[in-house]
Design a protein. Structure first.
Length: 92
């Protein structure tokens, strides 16, 4: 992820000022099957590092998890996702 900016094993985008305008986060939302914060984000980050994790599901299937773990365009705005979706669980 370029410079390490995340707290560990969660997507750093939830605390980034671009989260509701970013094309990379839009792709992560699509992979997670969650509603988009924005239908047509216009911000294209330069080189986000997306961490892809494959894990077994209880039913024997396979799940894939996408998270941005580093990004040169990250701009700290703690809690931005939560302010946009108050009361909802922050994606991890
Ligand atoms: S950290 Fe990068 S990929 Fe994530 S929302 Fe911010 S600019 Fe987009």
């Amino acid at each position: 992820m370029g410079a390490w900016l995340g707290p560990g094993d969660m997507c750093i985008c939830v605390d980034c000022r671009w989260v509701d305008r970013c094309q990379a986060y839009h792709a992560v939302e699509r992979q997670h099957g969650v509603p988009h914060l924005c239908d047509q984000p216009e911000f294209r980050p330069r080189q986000p590092r997306i961490h892809v994790q494959v894990h077994e599901l209880p039913d024997g299937g396979v799940g894939v998890e996408w998270d941005v773990r580093a990004c040169p365009d990250f701009q700290s705005d703690p809690g931005r996702w939560l302010r946009l979706r108050p009361g909802e669980a922050v994606p991890a």
